[in-house]
Write a protein that binds this ligand. Sequence first.
Ligand SMILES: [Zn+2]
Length: 267
Amino acid sequence: MIQSIAATIPRLLAQAGRQEGEIRGIGVSIPGEIDPSKGICLQSPRFGWKNLAFAELLAASVHVPVWIDDDVNAFAVAQRLFGVGRDHHNFAALAVGAGIGCSLVIKGEIYHGSHSAAGKLGHITSVANGRLCECGRHGCLMAHASESYMLNEWQSRTGSSISRDEFASCVEQKDHLALSILSDCGTRIGSHLADVVNLFDPEIIVVGGEAVQFGDALLVPIRKTMVEFTFFSKPELVADWVPSSRARGAAALATQGIFDFEREPSG
Ligand SMILES: [Zn+2]
């Protein structure tokens, strides 16, 4: 993976019409538990990594500073620098796609927690003894509401498999089953999101991740259930996601790193 990233850089430079010497730093967003100050991927169940000195290894290949963070945190950093976070000091950044996460920005800073494991909404137990999650535990929210769950649910209810694109076009055509699956997932996500609101009282929640493509079919039940289960504040829920948002998140890590004098790059 690290070699692939290093090998991609000359091609990206050519596409952008830039020279190698113009690179000031590289940001990489990774699904997992990341220690951004040390540039270490503590674990990434999706990639099977543990205690990988990712930033140092990549920096040794590319000879520029490297910043890494969890992919949802990277989305939140991008929102803080370029999105809704410009106007809000306390907000939550919910992402729904292959996984589910909800990063918290408190007083303008990403809250990483004591072990770089804050914001892991997707690994909150949602169904006791439920489906196997990629983390190895059972019943996590993301095992019952992420995109792979949606596709599996379609398969188990119809007996035929469906690709993500096919599912997306079923949603667009307002297929009853697809809408029902999204409604169930949105309701489940919204109920746990309400807990986040009750604990952290964010000013606003921005939603990203590939599943934002499913639009109101997913967002309306998330919003409705969140409002139903929050006891006092009812923060606005806004969607902000384009296909390049993951890349923008990674770029935001480097931007933040370069302009944040309190943090040193790894490598
Ligand atoms: Zn899990």
